[in-house]
Design a protein around this ligand. Structure first.
Ligand SMILES: Nc1ncnc2c1ncn2[C@@H]1O[C@H](COP(=O)(O)OP(=O)(O)OP(=O)(O)O)[C@@H](O)[C@H]1O
Ligand SMILES: Nc1ncnc2c1ncn2[C@@H]1O[C@H](COP(=O)(O)OP(=O)(O)OP(=O)(O)O)[C@@H](O)[C@H]1O
Ligand SMILES: [Mg+2]
Ligand SMILES: [Mg+2]
Lengths: 256, 256
């Protein structure tokens, strides 16, 4: 029975998409069957693995509104054990459309629930907001993984994110757990990164992944080629960090 | 008569807030009367200048909904010629509330229009989305300033942003112009930054500011002290870049 993990943080540019793509690809390489679900209207997770948002074909929008079965929208990717449920252009208008509907928070869980029978892990890449698309992801998820950049504003935003997590648990999805907090884009040469790491580990202890993703330009280059880092440059510090993260993720989920 | 400039890009973490705060502070130092308006529920522009989102007092939410006059929410800041209209916690629910209202795109322009008589420039810091708060900012603005990070995803998102700009011009605010595209967080040691810069200048020519803001850790440290870079470390490369930007901004607006 698969597990659904939402990757969310309303702070922009903290490494949500980079973590979704690269954790998925590294777990695929370790033999797990992975589905990557893109619910960000920017469609970065889709383009980051080479699928164009303007191309024909179904996406998450049609699935959420019940117009198409998930199986007909899922794309197999050229990398071992990884598939994608893409976001197309039409997702941009979804939030405004969903707002007026009954059970508007349950549209995503209604359509991807069955995928738990096919995949070991399902990662949902969220937009930088706490709006209806992110709430749909938290309602569908078993756990929340929170990337945070080693910077001041990212630390500030963590409180708001945890408030939303608690609200969703109380009202929409009592089973939602915390997968963990992941420090990203850390530049160990600066005091800023060190200070943020110290503060996060003091406040959140075991919740914080031991693996820290350092800043590495190859991670910024890879999406331009539509490839995960493990395919673009397996020897890079960025690839090695995400492989470490994938192993730690499995350990935290009781899988050796 | 003042000019309203919206600083927007739905891509997260591209330097919208950092540009709003630091361009405002540098122009203030050059003698212009500046108002900084925070319409991002994250309230980063507010906390970045030392104003707490949980503190008592009015914010942009009450002003947009006509519950309070703008003059009673504006805070004077300890830096020359700069004032702030803050975002408080209650802004988080605004988008859902506004969606069902008549003329929902005009709430912001309805309340900050009068500030053009008092300030030379009014900068609006937007959230990382193309939702109703950003559309309100574009409807109230005379021009749009687009920070873009020198990375692949940021380049991809520019098309969507310009589509929204055109829609707002056609339907809501025919006077909206483009202030310019600003390259941020450029790391000139990497090919990635150079390639993105070359591509942006080829496509958009004169629209792109000559000033490029390089990556500089002092810009990331300053918000932790609630200060603009020009106050936190005036000698830093980050401060010098934003002073250059302020001078170029004035030149492009015909002010020597
Ligand atoms: N560890 C890293 N080192 C260097 N660059 C990185 C790293 N992680 C991410 N990046 C780059 O930083 C930018 C922001 O990352 P990303 O887009 O994954 O963040 P996000 O949280 O998904 O953004 P958004 O809030 O817009 O969805 C991207 O251009 C990405 O390629
Ligand atoms: N030139 C720079 N050099 C180094 N760090 C920077 C620079 N510009 C911004 N930063 C840091 O990068 C992070 C992202 O910048 P900022 O928060 O201004 O972006 P934003 O577009 O406003 O993000 P959001 O989409 O969440 O509103 C912040 O932690 C900021 O301090
Ligand atoms: Mg993303
Ligand atoms: Mg911001």
């Amino acid at each position: 029975m698969g597990k659904i993990v939402a990757i969310a943080n309303q702070k922009g540019g903290v490494g949500k998409t980079t973590t979704a793509i690269n954790l998925a690809a590294c777990l695929g390489k370790l033999g797990r069957r992975i589905l990557l679900v893109d619910v960000d209207p920017q469609s970065n997770a889709s383009s980051g693995v080479g699928v164009d948002r303007n191309e024909n074909g179904y996406g998450i929008y049609e699935c959420m509104l019940g117009q198409e079965r998930v199986e007909n929208a899922i794309r197999t990717l050229p990398w071992e054990n990884v598939s994608l449920l893409p976001a197309k252009r039409n997702l941009a208008g979804a939030e405004i459309e969903l707002i007026g509907m009954e059970r508007r928070e349950y549209f995503l869980s209604g359509c991807i629930g069955t995928s738990k029978d096919v995949f070991d892990f399902i990662f949902i890449d969220c937009p930088p907001s706490l709006g209806l698309l992110t709430v749909n992801a938290l309602t569908a998820a078993d756990s929340l993984l929170m990337p945070i950049q080693s910077e001041y504003y990212a630390l500030e935003g963590l409180g708001q994110l945890l408030e939303t997590y608690n609200l969703v648990r109380q009202r929409l999805n009592p089973l939602l757990a915390l997968e963990g907090i992941l420090l990203t884009m850390a530049d160990m040469r600066t005091n800023l990164s060190e200070q943020v790491e110290k503060e996060v580990r003091t406040h959140f202890g075991e919740l914080v992944f031991k693996t820290v993703i350092g800043r590495n330009v190859r991670l910024g280059e890879a999406p331009g080629f539509g490839k995960p880092i493990i395919e673009y440059d397996a020897a890079s510090a960025g690839a090695r960090a995400y492989v470490r993260l994938a192993r730690e993720f499995l350990e935290r989920n009781g899988i050796q």
